[in-house]
Unconditional design. Structure first.
Length: 163
């Protein structure tokens, strides 16, 4: 058994649902919710995530196109992962979190002890379902003539389903 999979871990499916295309100044971000079935993201958390993304100056969005995943990881912990396409074909990421008692999302500190080595977390298996879809959607856009019709196709190319 792989060393980092606990013997009592029981995997289950989560649901990915597209929620909105957010127009953030000159940026466009597809917003997804990622939830365990029957445990939706509470609306106050979703509103805080949208508000956080709307503060685009603080996160450095400027003419970016991409997606955000609001991931409910438990009763009170949520990740807000934002990926934007830069350098034509590179996915750049910013990660925030919100835990019980927090009023707003805060940057996720990825500093780890030296014994962790150089590896850092990126996406979990559930998040990768959305990332995979968005990667293919962006590749289709890149391979197109990249006109307004092609951008409209990208905007409407959304993933929904179990991951």
């Amino acid at each position: 058994m792989p060393a980092h999979v606990g013997p009592t871990y029981a995997h289950y499916a989560k649901q990915a649902t597209p929620r909105a295309l957010l127009q953030l100044g000159t940026s466009e971000i597809k917003l997804y919710h990622l939830e365990k079935p029957g445990e939706p993201v509470p609306e106050p958390i979703a509103a805080a995530a949208r508000d956080g993304l709307a503060g685009q100056a603080a996160i450095g969005l400027d003419g970016d196109f991409g997606f955000a995943i609001l991931h409910r990881c438990g009763a009170d912990f949520h990740f807000l992962l934002t990926g934007v396409w830069r350098g034509s074909n590179e996915l750049w990421e910013a990660v925030w979190y919100r835990d019980a008692g927090m009023e707003r999302f805060a940057p996720f500190d990825t500093a780890y002890p030296a014994e962790a080595g150089l590896v850092r977390p990126t996406f979990c298996v559930w998040e990768l379902g959305i990332v995979s879809h968005e990667s293919l959607a962006w590749r289709r856009y890149l391979a197109s003539p990249r006109g307004e019709e092609d951008l409209a196709l990208w905007r409407n190319d959304l993933f929904e389903g179990p991951v």
